[in-house]
Design a protein around this ligand. Structure first.
Ligand SMILES: [Fe+2]
Length: 470
């Protein structure tokens, strides 16, 4: 009695990507012995319906592939639209849908894949195109298609490699454990996806507190130990949810600061965020904490007039090319120089405004400590400031400058530091305490994010500065 024929046909095992196709794609020779075997009487063991079955499986694989492509593209499009152009709006300008937990985190992860498309779009049209529905749909289709193709080819390649390794005459099946664990390609892809997901969804919202102690000459005795909280680059908008900023403000308030200083970039994109962004600081004002701030470049991009108006309505003292004073007796903000206190001055944004330190510091008593707010730390290198300042050594005195803008570069590598820092001075003012040409600068790595949707090895931070008598 002849042995029943044994079908060893792995052409369909790649689930829609026949072995021959894989071989062509990756330059391997087709191995006919693996497609058909013969019994000892020389009869082919391939059933007549095998070819048709293979074709059906191939078609089913294509249908599944198209379904997965459509589903992934739709998911990305929905996340993008919810975060960047939500259809609904609450009274304060926020969107209930975009503020749902996880929406902006997931949208950030999607933007990791969409990023190259937006860059190309910006280069070609000078517009990022993120608010255009059809461009968004095209970006999502392209990004999801590329992702699925890469995954599909990686899986097919690995499956083919394992089958070849096992031998054509073997019926060894690829175990799931061997497939997943022994595949460095898939392991690397999984690691990359995990790191990307963490960098887009978790790391940007894991706030750190960074504390500095700064000795100041002529500091009033009652201000010895004065603690100021510095909050920069909150960037309320498509990347940063309101709940996160509220938590950051609550954390700042829990530190019971004597003073709150704001470094600009309160909104990221979209005028709808201006009103709620300004309202975020109301708890500080209502708690009686003096709040002083300057505008950042993103506030200019989104109608600076409105940002300033709503911040001042909230109770924030705006000092772009101006100054106020913290009275040592009352611990309140006053407009005129008190007999004892400190000056809190600010300059306009380096990129979008005039930097006028002369106007900001005009009439300030020479013996009074001065803290300067500048959204952009590059101001410290300006000859008009650095050339004439310095404690006791120049015509203008600045004891400390507080800045943001850089976000610490957002992406850094251990032992190497940030890969890119916006500005004119390389990584000098990326973050932390920096000695400028004429005065020290503390640069906050920021609370939120702007163009880049991730943070890697550069956590967001709140800055606390403790002033002591020098
Ligand atoms: Fe910023």
């Amino acid at each position: 009695m002849p042995h029943p024929p044994t079908l060893i046909d792995d052409a369909a095992a790649t689930d829609g990507w026949p072995r021959a196709t894989v071989g062509v794609l990756f330059g391997r020779e087709r191995q006919p012995s693996a497609r058909r075997t013969y019994d000892r009487y020389g009869r082919s063991n391939r059933p007549h319906g095998a070819r048709r079955l293979t074709q059906e499986r191939c078609n089913a694989g294509k249908v599944r592939w198209l379904a997965a492509w459509t589903a992934l593209a739709l998911l990305m499009l929905v996340l993008h639209k919810l975060a960047w152009a939500p259809p609904d709006s609450l009274e304060d300008g926020l969107s209930a849908l975009s503020e749902l937990p996880g929406v902006k985190s997931a949208a950030n992860a999607a933007h990791l894949l969409l990023g190259p498309f937006w860059v190309v779009c910006n280069v070609l049209t000078k517009d990022w195109g993120v608010y255009n529905f059809w461009l968004s749909a095209l970006a999502c289709l392209l990004a999801s298609g590329v992702v699925l193709l890469v995954v599909r080819r990686a899986v097919s390649w690995r499956a083919s490699k394992l089958r070849n390794h096992a031998g054509d005459s073997s019926e060894e099946r690829i175990s799931r454990r061997r497939f997943l664990v022994d595949s460095p390609l898939l392991g690397g892809a999984a690691l990359l996806a995990a790191v990307g997901g963490h960098s887009a969804a978790i790391a940007p919202y894991s706030i750190r507190l960074r504390r500095y102690r700064v000795p100041i000459h002529d500091l009033p005795e009652s201000f010895d130990g004065l603690r100021a909280i510095f909050i920069a680059d909150t960037h309320l908008g498509p990347r940063v949810p309101a709940a996160y900023i509220r938590d950051v403000i609550a954390t700042a308030l829990s530190l019971k600061p004597d003073l709150a200083l704001l470094g600009g970039d309160y909104v990221h994109a979209g005028t709808r965020y201006i009103k709620p962004a300004a309202a975020m600081f109301r708890p500080l004002v209502e708690a009686g904490v003096p709040v002083v701030g300057v505008l950042g470049n993103h506030d200019w991009y989104n109608s600076r007039g409105l940002v300033r108006t709503f911040l001042e309505k909230t109770g924030v003292h705006m000092v772009d090319n101006a100054r106020v004073f913290l009275d040592a007796q009352s611990r309140r903000i006053v407009a005129q120089p008190p007999s004892s206190g400190i000056c809190i001055a600010g300059v306009g944004d380096f990129l979008c405004d005039v930097v006028d330190a002369d106007r900001a510091l005009a009439g300030v008593p020479s013996g009074m400590p001065r803290v300067l707010l500048s959204h952009n730390p590059d101001v410290a290198e300006l000859p008009t400031i650095a050339g004439r300042s310095g404690v006791g050594g120049g015509q203008r005195r600045i004891d400390l400058m507080l800045s943001g803008h850089t976000h610490g570069g957002q992406i850094g590598l251990p032992f190497i530091g940030p890969l890119y820092v916006p500005g004119n001075n390389g990584t000098k003012y990326a973050g932390g305490f920096v000695q400028g040409p004429a005065f020290p600068v503390i640069v906050s790595r920021g609370v939120g994010m702007s163009i880049c949707p991730i943070r890697f090895c550069v956590p967001p931070e709140l800055v606390e500065v403790k002033f002591t008598r020098a």
